[in-house]
Design a protein around this ligand. Structure first.
Ligand code: PMP
Length: 360
């Protein structure tokens, strides 16, 4: 069985450890005589998987006791609406930092719940950098301030969590578990699972408990954070198998990697291999300003559209998959989430070097 290096932005690679464990446990989980896929979500067998998953997630990320962890469905997209429906309910106004399509989409949904102010934006340069936020311009009455921490499409990332004067909320879909995050700096964070947290179907929300009191009682129950929290994320049937996969993935992070500090070191090493190469290359250029580079999504261009196309088709033939950039940036994008081994990144760098020699 051959597996190739998959640079997809999401759903994306899983560690072999996770795939092998799932394979081994697919027919029968431990000695339960059933597959996880067949378990009732309320059975004691499944509840122990669920509770262990939450405990490991809290431990790995360092989630403080005054925050709730919700395992929901509907992807990060649903959170673009659910977050303002629940917490943009005091003054009905929120501040947004525009760093790309995902922040834009979140702001569009928030507009349906009240007034949205854009407090910083890099739209003028097609989102090639993370803009400075001038704290003096922030609205002290905003119900929250929102950022997208890592901009999957453009390959930019906040290097540090920005200061906010109201609860900060963040879409961390493409960076969660890639490095330590101080949850105390946020009112709420959300992420869809399919990059660093396993497989599609699950989205995770971490929210400070006092914010749960803002959920209006007339919201549809499934979209009400407070109801979801009171029901232990089991108001309906949760994404049982995706939660199990997250649990196995957390075992990998804890037992094989050793936690988020080490994960960050590995991720920095991987992204440096590509950025160092891009800085020296005569053919390829990174699309992002140096101080805003993402360790998860590395975007670059060759000198012409023809070369970009040739690179994508030749790299695919060499077993380096899904390197085409998003249509709004063009060129190439290498998504190198936690599961991408360092050898995969080296293989890409070596292929870039060969391609450059052959086509210059
Ligand atoms: N936010 C970010 C930062 C993303 O990268 C993505 C998916 N690529 C989304 C939101 C949307 O996630 P989903 O399709 O799971 O709703």
């Amino acid at each position: 069985m051959a597996r190739e290096y998959n640079f997809s932005a999401g759903p994306s690679m899983l560690p072999n450890y996770v795939l092998e464990k799932i394979r081994d446990e697919l027919f029968e989980y431990k000695d339960t005589k059933q597959s996880v896929m067949e378990m009732s979500h309320r059975s004691k067998e499944y509840l122990s998987i669920f509770d262990e998953c939450e405990a490991k997630f809290r431990k790995v990320l360092g989630v403080p006791d005054n925050y709730s962890v919700l395992f929901l469905q509907g992807g990060a997209y649903t959170q673009f609406s659910m977050l303002p429906m629940n917490i943009m309910t005091v003054n009905k106004t929120a501040d947004f930092v525009l760093t790309g399509s995902w922040a834009e989409k979140a702001s569009q949904e928030a507009k349906k719940c009240g007034e949205v102010r854009i407090v910083a934006s890099s739209k003028d340069s097609n989102y090639t950098y993370i803009p400075e936020i001038d704290v003096s311009t922030l609205n002290p009455d905003a119900d929250f301030m929102h950022i997208c921490y890592n901009n999957t499409i453009y390959g930019t990332a906040f290097q540090l969590t920005p200061k906010a004067i109201v609860p900060l909320t963040a879409d961390v879909s493409s960076m969660i578990l890639s490095k330590p995050l101080d949850v105390n700096e946020f009112g709420a964070i959300f992420a869809s699972a399919q990059k660093n947290m396993g497989i599609a179907g699950l989205s995770v929300v971490v929210i400070r408990n006092d914010l749960l009191e803002r959920s209006p009682s007339d919201l549809p129950s499934m979209l009400n954070y407070s109801i979801q929290q009171k029901n232990g994320s089991m108001f309906n049937t949760p994404a049982t198998f995706s939660i199990y996969v997250l649990s196995v993935l957390l075992d990998w992070l804890i037992d094989e990697i050793g936690g988020l500090e080490t994960m960050e070191t590995i991720n920095k090493e991987k992204s440096s291999i590509l950025y160092d190469y891009l800085d020296d290359s005569k053919m390829f250029t990174g699309t992002v300003e140096k101080g805003s580079r993402s360790d998860m999504n590395v975007c670059f261009l060759a000198q012409s559209e023809e070369l970009n196309k040739a690179f994508c088709s030749e790299s695919t033939a060499k077993g380096l998959l899904n390197l085409s950039g998003h249509r709004s940036v063009g060129g190439m994008r290498a998504s190198i989430y936690n599961a991408m081994p360092i050898d995969g990144v080296k293989a890409l760098r070596d292929f870039m070097s060969i391609f450059e020699k052959e086509h210059m």
